[in-house]
Ligand binder design. Sequence first.
Ligand code: FAD
Length: 223
Amino acid sequence: MKNELVKITSITHATPDVLHIVTERPKGVNFVPGQATEIFLYKDSWENEGRPFTFTGLPNENHLEFYIKTYPSHQGVTNQLLSLKSGDQLIINDIFGAIAYKGEGTFIAGGAGVTPFISILRDLESKNQLGNNKLIFANKRKSDIILRSEFEAMLQNNFTNILSKEKTKEYAHGYITEDFIKTHGNTLNSYFYLCGPPAMMDAVENQLKNLKVSDEHIVKEAF
Ligand SMILES: Cc1cc2nc3c(=O)[nH]c(=O)nc-3n(C[C@H](O)[C@H](O)[C@H](O)COP(=O)(O)OP(=O)(O)OC[C@H]3O[C@@H](n4cnc5c(N)ncnc54)[C@H](O)[C@@H]3O)c2cc1C
């Protein structure tokens, strides 16, 4: 795909460090739920600095939607996004991605790693095909949970949160373990979709292997 300029129609904070950005959708920008694009700032000296971000809306909507965790300490693209406002423009180009829905299972996300699952789960919901899919979502604190109310309404008891840096009455505390996956995940012969920071991905993938989940049933993308 050639570079496409897209105008931001809304930019707000979804959590303390995650931006929710909605843009216009140019004709010809087509994606499958789970796919990402490269985003560039439309700003001098930043136009060659592309970073991958995932489409989180539905493929048939007339806007594009992103949830983007910002890292001010990196002094990179996500820090620059913090100063943008409605009406500003972004550049998007290639569309790609390793995660696509293959069948019922367990989605395991760490932080912004939930983004491919937002579009996949919204798409399944829109087609009445959510079935018994489950989401295990690991975050530091309750305030970091992206789209908490939407996932609660959508998945009800199939939505499980675990927080590493905050103890609450409603959610588990600590890190994901094999026992946690056995208790809150789907059957071990179904699909496991995994997306998050590399350290979390390595740990959970090892746990899945110890639980004898086959390689063909592990669908993953590192952030
Ligand atoms: C396919 C794919 C899809 C993705 N989709 C999303 C999404 O939808 N939402 C989302 O939030 N994220 C997503 N990500 C992750 C996202 O791309 C990165 O968080 C983003 O590229 C960070 O860009 P940045 O310019 O702010 O920082 P970086 O490019 O990570 O860093 C800029 C510079 O900061 C320095 N730096 C790097 N790490 C550190 C550190 N720990 N401390 C200090 N300095 C550092 C380095 O010099 C680096 O060159 C996705 C990733 C992939 C691969």
